[in-house]
Design a protein around this ligand. Sequence first.
Ligand code: MN
Ligand code: MN
Length: 304
Amino acid sequence: MNPLRSLVLSAVSLFGDAMSHEFVLPLFLGSCEPEDADIALFGVCWDGTSSFKAGSRFAGFAVREASFGMEEFSFYQQRSLLDVRFCDYGDLFLPPGQKERVMTDIGSAVKEIRAKKQFPIAFGGEHLVALPLILAAYEEHPNLALIHFDAHADLRPDMWGDTLSHATIIGRAADRIGYEHLYQFGIRSGSVEEWTLAQEHRTLHPFTVEALREVLEKLGDRPIYLTLDMDVLDPSLYPGTGTPEPGGISWDLLIAGLKLFRGRNLVGMDCLELAPHYDPSGVSAITMAKTLREMILLASQRKR
Ligand code: MN
Ligand code: MN
């Protein structure tokens, strides 16, 4: 039996004929069995280097619970999750602390997913978890371009002496893939060193549909990895995050930006920095769940 895990459609028991009632597994709405999936969603919920308010280790279940309250169908892309073969592997086990082990385990897990020819979409946790995800994509695609949505530049040489942190992740990725292949949108906070580095390499772009379209057109068919730090959004809309930054983009602009990725040569995506306990309204978790729905639908329309 291979039921779609949907509150709307599944009238079958996930435990076969043994039970006559439906039991809903706590997995993302609309996900299918891993062996049938073309796209793989998984949680990387770890917050070991969060420099201000920790708590993104709790993103996984908050997002899945929030997903149960949304529609599978997207008005924005006029497509449904139920027409897409994606699975939810659950949260990768990432013990608190143990940064080296966590980085290694994320890297090997995403390589395993890639080896199955599944498109990886990771979510959760603080931004450092994206480093092994980006580098795994780069290993397969040496001409990778990195598109980065964030309030923060994340280009620090180090954070309190530590070169591997959620404040240095994009710098560490750019060290490998080249700063000339890095395109940053929505950035409104950073140190003087980050500002200087970004100016030197011209990595900063205004978050407008026009600027994003221009970059995507320039990239053409090149492989693209999109790393999305949800604090790029205005914190009055998305307060459930560890380093909220006043200002920021609207939901409508995020969606308009994401829609430009349709048909592009996407090779991986992540959606990070949800610390759900700072938002008792739950709207931040809902916002991430809906962003993931749009990402899954984008992945299903990627250039092949
Ligand atoms: Mn970030
Ligand atoms: Mn940020």
